[in-house]
Design a binder for this molecule. Structure first.
Ligand code: SAM
Length: 307
């Protein structure tokens, strides 16, 4: 079992956060603390609040907190950001980092059921205390709902064939494990498609994982809260790994940093914008990182600053 997660675009994240050593920061996705440890190195009297919904990540964070009295560890969903800060009596923060999605540790821990490469019960919950898991979705969601999940969250072109296969299989018996699901997917698709590059279960697994963890709903809610809780000059840095996440970030940043369209015949209104984007185009990993860490290939870094 690997416990290793290489932090993606570490130097770019830290540079963009432009850390003031005396202020308060949030790492909303602690993972294995790759980014957090770098933020901690820069702080003197400042504090770092770390959030993760995964209990294993929180156990690691608590170990790190033994060495850093300015590290506050919170087991929660990042979509509770405002409540978390209110409970801690913190009115605003100087910087927030969110590194979306699953960690390579979660993917590599076969028993968590995230990976189509290891056999495990269909689980895929990032938060082990949550009730809904992948088994429930695969075995009980109506066909129409499964289709929506595969099309929208997996952008799976062959969703219809796969859903038909799942419905047929689960009429016989429940689909219990990851490799059973992989077999169902493979037997739903013609050879011509199976021979194409990429694993035939990749998009379906991504889609089900996003549905189980309600990733897009939580991200959307988090983004609004995160920009609200920035102090003046505060920065929010986001790392996304697929177009669905990136689109949410891009739209939210655009809505805050572009003036509303005015009627040309009326005198120009001078709306004072409260935010400015720091990345007109998303930043991507440099060549060295792309070679060293395959996970960085799909990473996009965007940042916004409160004025
Ligand atoms: C890509 S990893 C972060 C890796 C981390 N930056 C590092 O360098 O070790 C994403 C982490 O965010 C957590 N996570 C994902 N969505 C979350 C959410 N909505 N609320 C809280 N934690 C979340 C996952 O459990 C996972 O541990």
């Amino acid at each position: 079992m690997s416990q290793y997660h290489i932090p993606v675009m570490l130097k770019e994240c830290i540079q963009t956060l432009n850390i003031d050593p005396t202020q308060t920061y949030v790492d909303a996705t602690f993972g294995r603390g790759g980014h957090s440890q770098e933020i901690l190195k820069q702080l003197t009297t400042g504090r770092l609040i770390v959030i993760d919904q995964d209990l294993d990540a929180i156990a690691e964070a608590k170990k790190l907190a033994l060495k850093h009295s300015n590290l506050i560890v919170v087991h929660d969903n990042y979509s509770s950001l405002k409540n978390i800060l209110t409970d801690l009596n913190i009115p605003c923060v100087a910087g927030i980092l969110v590194d979306c999605g699953v960690s390579s540790v979660q993917l590599d821990e076969g028993e968590r059921g995230f990976s189509y490469r290891f056999d495990a019960p269909l689980d895929m919950r990032m938060n082990q205390t949550q009730k809904l898991n992948a088994y429930d979705i695969v075995n009980t969601a109506p066909a129409g709902e499964l289709l929506r999940i595969l099309y929208t969250y997996g952008e799976e072109k062959h969703a219809k064939m796969i859903v038909r296969g799942i419905m047929r299989a689960r009429e016989q018996q429940p689909i219990e494990t990851t490799l059973q699901l992989v077999d169902v997917i493979k037997s739903s698709l013609p050879n011509k498609i199976l021979k194409q590059v990429g694993h035939p279960a990749k998009q379906t697994f991504q889609a089900i994982r996003i549905a189980v963890n309600q990733e897009l709903e939580h991200l959307e809610s988090f983004l609004t809260q995160a920009t609200d809780v920035l102090c003046p000059k505060g920065v929010l840095v986001t790392l996304t790994f697929h177009s669905l996440e990136d689109r949410l970030v891009k739209q939210h940043f655009k809505s805050l940093s572009t003036p509303p369209k005015t009627n040309k015949r009326l005198p120009e209104s001078h709306v004072q914008l409260e935010y400015t984007t720091l990345t007109k185009q998303p930043m991507i990993a440099d060549e060295q990182e792309l070679m060293d860490n395959p996970r960085s290939k799909s990473a996009k870094l965007r940042a916004i600053q409160r004025l």
